[in-house]
Design a protein around this ligand. Structure first.
Ligand code: PHE
Length: 372
């Protein structure tokens, strides 16, 4: 026999020493207090209460103690764990509240801010169409000219060889502005821009003029009291009808595709001599007058089986117009042409009702996007 026979088992477990438990608890409480947000707190929770945390390890060691020591150690660890758990729960509440408050501030919707929700429209096909036409001519070295829509009667008619009693004046149903003897009209065509250009410039002149024109037409599927024309004018030495034909063939191909050319039919305009109506090879059937569909061969609907589409008027500038506009008609000659932009777009896009171009329905405009 040696020594007193007590049941004290001197197994010492470091993790359960009061100072160790206290240190583990204090470290946990400090970490909890420092956790700046919920994510931080989550990490702290794992580090200080997870399976591998000092307090969890200590808890597990209790079982290794002799029974007499278990109670005290158990209480110590239990209290420490309780304190940590409580601190965690309290910090959780505080951080959640902070988080919520921050979200309310950060995610505030300022209903007075300008919104982007309005559907965006697109540029109108008449605008992009006129620009596209102008580009074709600018690429050939032409310039773009403009004129006013309220025009002097003299420029709209007289300068263009349409004298006061000329029967052709009635060909174009004119909107006169009040009082009538002011001599101002809403221009009935873009041809007065020819006159304006010749009066202010010296040849050589190569200008193209897209613009709005007005006639007292009914408003229906193929007519409108306001529509758009593009006028072309070339004045130089030795200009002939051949230059006109070449220019229009190029214009047609650039607009409707390679191989689409034009033909001239004799016509009359007081400001050109000779004059012609210009037709375009139908760009759908390409002159074949018929198209082949799944159901067989059908008459081409675009040209109504003609193989040609009426496009506009043209001719060699009448020397009387050159003289009226101060151009030496002995030295210079020129050609001019004019066509409807609206009609051109209707062919190009298969638009069946002209009114669609004017009614401002954003769905129509948007369908064209920024394309011509
Ligand atoms: N101005 C004519 C019209 O509106 C078209 C045209 C222009 C004809 C230029 C010949 C030359 O009908």
């Amino acid at each position: 026999m040696s020594g007193p026979n007590t049941d004290y088992d001197p197994v010492e477990v470091d993790a359960l020493k009061p100072e160790e438990v206290e240190a583990a608890r204090d470290a946990a409480l400090a970490a909890i207090a420092q956790a700046a947000d919920l994510a931080d707190l989550k990490q702290v929770r794992t580090a200080h209460t997870g399976d591998r945390s000092p307090l969890a390890l200590a808890n597990r060691e209790i079982g290794a103690l002799p029974p007499q020591a278990r109670k005290e150690a158990g209480q110590r660890v239990g209290q420490a764990r309780g304190a940590v758990g409580k601190a965690l729960a309290e910090r959780q509440v505080v951080l959640e509240a902070e988080h919520e408050e921050r979200m309310l501030v950060e995610e505030t919707v300022d209903v007075t801010l300008p919104t982007d929700r309005l559907p965006r429209g697109a540029r109108h096909p008449l605008t992009t169409g006129a620009e596209h036409i102008a580009d074709i001519f600018v690429a050939m070295g032409w310039e773009v000219a403009e004129g006013p829509v309220i025009e002097a009667e003299w420029l709209n008619f007289d300068a263009l060889n349409l004298g006061p009693d000329h029967p052709a004046r009635t060909m174009q149903d004119t909107f006169w502005t009040d009082p009538e003897d002011h001599g101002l009209v809403l221009r009935t065509h873009t041809s007065p821009v020819q006159a304006r250009t010749m009066l202010t410039r010296t040849p050589p002149i190569y200008v193209v003029c897209p613009g709005r024109v007005f006639r007292t037409d009914e408003y229906d599927a193929t007519h409108s009291p306001v529509f758009h024309q593009v006028e072309g004018l070339a004045i130089d030495e030795g200009i002939s009808m051949a230059h006109l034909k070449g220019t229009l063939d190029h214009f047609a191909a650039a607009m409707f595709g390679e191989g689409i050319s034009t033909r001239f039919r004799p016509s009359f305009f007081p400001f050109t001599e000779p004059s012609a109506e210009v037709d375009l090879v139908c760009f759908v059937c390409r002159g074949a007058q018929v198209v082949t569909t799944a159901d067989g061969v059908e008459t081409c609907r675009t040209c109504r089986g003609e193989g040609w589409i009426e496009w506009g008027g043209c001719g060699v500038v009448n020397p009387r117009v050159l003289t009226a506009c101060g151009v030496d008609s002995e030295r210079y000659s020129g050609f001019a042409f004019g066509m409807g932009i609206d009609r051109t777009l209707m062919f190009r896009h298969g638009i069946e009702d002209m009114r669609e171009l004017f009614e401002g329905d954003v769905r129509f405009t948007t369908a064209f996007g920024t394309e011509l």
